[in-house]
Ligand binder design. Sequence first.
Ligand code: TRP
Length: 460
Amino acid sequence: MNNDSRENFGSKIGAVLAAAGSAVGLGNIWRFPIETGQNGGAAFIIVYIGCVLLLGIPIMMSEFIIGRHTHTNTAGAYRKLAPGTSWKWVGRLGVLSGFVILSYYSVVAGWTAEYTALAITNYFDGKGANDFPAIFAKFVSNPWLSVSLMLAFMIVTHVIVIRGVKSGIEKFSKVMMPALFVILIILAICSVMLPGASQGLEFLLKPDFSKITGSTVLSAMGQAFFSLSLGLGCLCTYASYFGNDTNIGKTALNVSIIDTFVAVMSGFIIFPAVFNAGYTLSSEDIGPSLLFITMPNVFQQAFGSMPVLSYVVSVLFYFLLVVAALTSTISMHEVVTAYVSEEFTMTRRKAATIVTIACSTVGVFCALSFGPLDGFKLFGMTLFDLFDYVSSNIFLPVGGMFIALFVGWYLDKKMVRDEVTNNGTLRAPYLRLIVFILRYVAPIAIGFILINQLGLVKLF
Ligand code: TRP
């Protein structure tokens, strides 16, 4: 496929919403509240926002620069900018990470679809705190159900991806992202008005700086990477569809603001309701089971006197998760599809089909990790846990570090300036600072996360 026949996003707002759709996902509504709960509330949020500003925005801009300049998939982009060097492996690592994350992410995405169905059929009605752990355990260990839901999610993703960049990804994001904002705000208002909500609000708004330790900072950095979709070439691939008039700095700022807003609003939905229902911050209540064990019960209890409200809130909440997850799975699928289609010269439809079949096959094993394959362990982890661990703790930070080094040190400074200023038509007084961060701050900071996460050295 040559560049002339390559599609672009139709509008700037479409490009922002598609990139924001990639960023906003289970990472915001699931992982962020868990991290906040376990790392001290408001103090964690402040550190998190610091990480977004200091590392997130510069690395996001780097991905945009690489993608928009080359107008090609993430592996092709490095080959074009650094022919004959090993930099192409950064792009390839991104494609591999996209493949791995998509395979296990679709499993959880499938659960959100199941819980939406359960909420719609009013299945949670009359159930209590003791019922939800068993409902979840029974559901995830049912091989047929988990696998079918994962496949269903993958197929919906596939259908949107094959429709193309403009009439598939952009159109879907333009409809669904505003819907997501509306649902988010309705839910936050409902939650904040609950009796006892003040305890949750205090937790979110009153920072206790004594809670900040080295490991809080590391968790915040890791979370910022995952939540902003950085390090894998997702945003690089999307930027390859940006028009030449897209303002790279402004788009990165907007996407980061939207993503952070959704994460913080999720905190405003979850914590007041969780405290209202009498939960504590023990790791079981605010752990991985948060969305599927704690929250269904929270809705029953919090709005117990108004069953209609508890019904509506549960349906909206799980639907919100489905939409958020879907715009993210689309973006990961696109990274791999663009790669296969452009590097192996085949139609988008054929490439997407290969990707869907391959990811679904791996996804089956991830889905079965909670049932028949729960005894199958590699390095002491089930396949699902291993994929999650390796991709978010190793692949993403390594990818992010090399992206920063590539733009900070390897790329021609004039080219970087031309991309950021749209060939001199925009002012970018912040560029020097961004380059400084990319050269020194980001690689050193990420190096610390990596060393610590791998347990090579216990820094904190
Ligand atoms: N950012 C998404 C979330 O918060 C997940 C995601 C999509 C992602 N694309 C990515 C994470 C690329 C890392 C890299 O759920």
